[in-house]
Ligand binder design. Structure first.
Ligand SMILES: Cc1ncc(COP(=O)(O)O)c(C=O)c1O
Length: 401
């Protein structure tokens, strides 16, 4: 690894440098092999592995010419934030605590967009104190609040993109100006003398449709033109939000976005295009190992309890439509008999059920189940229900070579 390589920058990043980072070969032992050695070293409760090498790969494959502002809400793991900061990303923060976490890494406030269209006053005043000077809005009331609490803040008008109810989370049901609200919202900012730096949208999180980006970029251009027609200073930021999923879907989204930007913004080359990816960076970089802490046999049925569940990092099953496909960590003989199995989380609630009727080989108490793609909307939205604290689930840092 050469001096100044992305991995070297990541290894000395805030949030990473004081922690142990385990190297492994992705194509040889892979994450499961690494997890087996972690379990063999005496770790005896659920843990995540964060592969920092995967973060670098994803960063290398990100949309050229579009600066990513990582959406902290997706997974606020400090090592992930530190690694991304070291790679040069910006950050989308939605609250005072998220801004504090990013500022504490030494990130310049100009690399933060306060991307919550409706902000508590105290949080907005904090943004003002630390110099986070760009935020989103989609209501007249928010304009008045920003003017009162942070009068030097610039605005991004959050518009609603095309309908996307197929996405896991359709943010358009909550946020985004409708087409007929754009001019009144621009006028509201103009009236009180707040600068509107540009337009943002979010097409919905975890969707497979990519055509929604072109519709949203077209609507964003209409808002740019509306501002110009009102005599406002030229807008300079197009924020294409999040909604990206790593893999083939990302390549297709990138193709659509490139085409739409060329078509709709080709005549405005000075416009800076930014994005707010969350899931893209976090989802596939984290893998969970949960330990079997209990078992019951009922005829041919098997029931297991594990030490993470739907009140913990596996809340993504209910909150983010995550489809769990647990695999035993222990290597099994090919063709080993399997049983219809139920896997419960550790709390006393029967809702705390991870899978039912799921085929698994016979497992014993003390064995481990592995869950892939556990980085998006997992640890950040877990609870402390029944005294099982999501924050007690350790994240072990690794880098694949
Ligand atoms: C304003 C905003 N930006 C970015 C994101 C991240 O979205 P995703 O994880 O789909 O990339 C979200 C998710 O809710 C969001 O609300």
């Amino acid at each position: 690894m050469g001096a100044g390589s992305p991995m070297q920058s990541v290894l000395v990043a805030a949030g990473v440098k004081d922690r142990k980072v385990l190297a492994f070969r992705r194509s040889v032992e892979g994450v499961p092999g690494l997890m087996r050695s972690i379990a063999a070293s005496g770790v005896c409760s659920a843990f995540h592995v964060l592969d920092l090498g995967r973060i670098i790969d994803l960063h290398n494959r990100w949309l050229p010419g579009v600066r990513p502002y990582y959406a902290v809400k997706c997974n606020p793991e400090p090592a992930l934030l530190g690694a991304l900061a070291a790679l040069g990303t910006g950050f989308d923060c939605a609250s005072r605590v998220e801004i504090q976490a990013v500022v504490a890494l030494g990130v310049h406030p100009s690399r933060i967009v306060y991307a919550n269209p409706c902000k508590p006053e105290e949080h907005l005043k904090y943004a003002s104190q630390v110099g986070v000077n760009l935020t989103t809005y989609d209501s007249v009331e928010e304009v008045a609040k920003v003017k009162r609490c942070h009068p030097s803040c610039e605005l991004l008008l959050r518009i609603k993109g095309p309908e996307n109810s197929h996405a896991k989370v359709d943010l358009g049901t909550k946020y985004g100006a409708h087409a007929d609200e754009v001019v009144p919202l621009l006028r509201a900012a103009q009236r009180v003398g707040l600068a509107v730096a540009g337009v943002s949208f979010h097409v919905g999180s975890g969707g497979s449709r990519t055509d929604v980006y072109s519709g949203a970029i077209q609507a964003a251009r209409a808002a740019f033109d509306a501002a110009a027609a009102l005599g406002m200073p030229p807008m300079r930021v197009l924020d294409i939000g999040g909604g990206f999923v790593a893999g083939a879907a990302f390549d297709e989204a990138a193709r659509v976005i490139r085409g739409a930007i060329e078509q709709r913004f080709g005549d405005l080359p000075r416009v800076e295009v930014i994005g707010e990816p969350g899931r893209y960076f976090a989802e596939t970089a984290f893998t969970l190992a949960a330990r079997v802490i209990g078992k019951r046999t009922r005829g041919d049925l098997r029931e297991y309890w594990i030490d993470d569940g739907v009140y913990g990092s596996l809340n993504c099953i209910r909150m983010d439509d995550y489809v769990p496909r647990p695999k035993p960590l222990t290597v099994r003989c090919h063709g080993e008999k399997t049983f219809a199995s139920t896997v419960f989380g550790p709390t006393c609630d029967s809702l705390d059920t991870v899978v039912t009727g799921y085929q698994l080989p016979e497992m014993s108490v003390g064995e481990w189940l592995v869950f892939d793609d556990m980085g998006a909307y997992t640890t950040g939205s877990g609870t402390n229900f029944n005294g099982f604290r999501t924050s007690d689930i350790n994240t072990i840092l690794a880098y694949s070579i």
